[in-house]
Design a protein around this ligand. Structure first.
Ligand code: ATP
Ligand code: MG
Length: 384
């Protein structure tokens, strides 16, 4: 389980260290940094697939994602922000620690003059350690610039130095299982992290179309394989769970998956109607709820499941059923839920243990509300 998440210089997250629980709810007012936190987690996951540099480019490149305020934040009582923006080499740093492993990356600008791609971020430092805290003696793999070194089983550093490109992550590009098996384990774990964010439910939404179905233990991000995912849930023996949650959300209704000429489609039988409604006929909120059902009853729970504002476009009456679904999923997987729906958070807290992290913005910078020095989980970044 991950116990700590740390972010530095990513948008409004100048210096944030958060505790994570089995089920963490991240909340806060508009503009407090919730979506930035969600994106920071995605960026960490992207690094394991070597997609972090491309993901940053899509967000406008490193310069626009870096914290836009002064280096040390704005001091209380300062009315005007002035002075040098950054004196030290700035980096976007992301990391997490867990019971078994920790990982941190530090992305920065290339040395001027060496390349025309001056805005492409480079990995300046990347480290993997064992145990809950970064200590020099706990390092398993250590990348400084283009050079990776790994610890051998005796505990000493191996003699081999491996070179990788500055724009590649050690997690994805350094894959010698003999040199550092833990790196591969960690990579596969991060690759299993799953993110869901705003399913489309418009008239042309992929989830409304019939599709050829194959066994689908993991719902796609766009929900295109909804029917196959629901049928997989039924066939792995969770039909009763599915029926229960659908009945709790829409009393008297039942979901069915219809197969015709190899094409699968979702249907909802509703009280008072003579025929079931097809996915194309369902309301946005109903379809979205079914998408969350398919995502959360997954027969293959990931290491970490991150949901961004699952309450979007759901009627408040559905939130208790959504909370039950989330609480059920949290028994099998670690969950981070970004939400500003108080009824959802209250419903969750009433049925299960929730770690709530409330974000607030102070002088442009995201802070954890009420977090004193001593409440902040211990965290240290590797130096450049
Ligand atoms: N490079 C940057 N430096 C500093 N702050 C930034 C930067 N980029 C964006 N921001 C600010 O970060 C804040 C947090 O945005 P974010 O989208 O994470 O908020 P949110 O909590 O998800 O809000 P909402 O509830 O409205 O979705 C915004 O106010 C935005 O203006
Ligand atoms: Mg947001």
């Amino acid at each position: 389980m991950l116990t700590t998440l740390a972010v530095e210089n990513y948008r409004s997250l100048r210096d944030l260290v958060l505790p994570l629980s089995g089920l963490t709810v991240v909340t806060g007012p508009n503009g407090s940094g919730k979506s930035s936190l969600y994106r920071a987690l995605r960026l960490l996951a992207d690094a394991s697939r070597n997609g972090a540099v491309a993901a940053l480019a899509r967000e406008g490149g490193l310069p626009s994602t870096l914290w836009a305020g002064p280096e040390n934040g704005v001091r209380r009582g300062t009315s005007r922000v002035e002075g040098k923006v950054h004196s030290k080499a700035v980096g976007l740093r992301l990391g997490f620690a867990g019971d078994e492993f920790g990982y941190a990356l530090d992305l920065g600008f290339p040395v001027p003059g060496r390349t025309a791609f001056n805005l492409d971020p480079e990995f300046k430092r990347e480290v993997v350690w064992s145990g809950p805290a970064l200590r020099p003696s706990a390092l398993l793999a250590d990348r400084a610039g283009p050079v990776v070194r790994t610890r051998v089983s005796s505990g000493a550093w191996g003699d081999d130095r491996f070179k990788i490109r500055m724009t590649d992550s050690m997690l994805s590009e350094f894959a010698d299982p003999r040199a550092c098996p833990e790196l591969l384990v960690l990579r596969e774990r991060i690759r299993s992290w799953r993110f869901y964010d705003h399913f489309r439910t418009d008239a042309d939404a992929p989830a409304r179309q019939s599709r050829i179905g194959t066994r689908t233990p993991v719902l796609a991000h766009d929900g295109a394989d909804l029917a196959a995912a629901l049928q997989t849930i039924i066939e792995v023996g969770r039909a009763a769970d599915l029926a229960e949650v659908v009945d709790a959300a829409f009393p008297g209704s039942a979901v069915e998956v219809r197969e015709q000429d190899g094409l699968l489609s979702v249907e909802l039988r509703q009280h008072g109607l003579l025929r079931p409604l097809s996915a194309a006929e369902l309301s946005d909120g109903t379809l979205r709820f079914l998408l969350w059902v398919a995502a959360l009853l997954t027969p293959r729970p990931p290491e970490l499941l991150v949901l961004n504002e699952p309450e979007t476009s759901l009627h408040p009456d559905l939130l208790p059923a959504l909370a039950t679904l989330i609480a059920t999923a949290a028994k099998e997987t670690q969950l981070v839920v970004v939400s500003h729906a108080r009824p959802l958070i209250a419903a969750l807290a009433a049925i299960t243990d929730v770690g709530t992290v409330e974000l607030e913005k102070e002088y442009g910078e995201t802070k954890v509300a009420g977090q004193g020095r001593l409440d902040r989980p211990p965290w240290g970044w590797p130096s450049r």
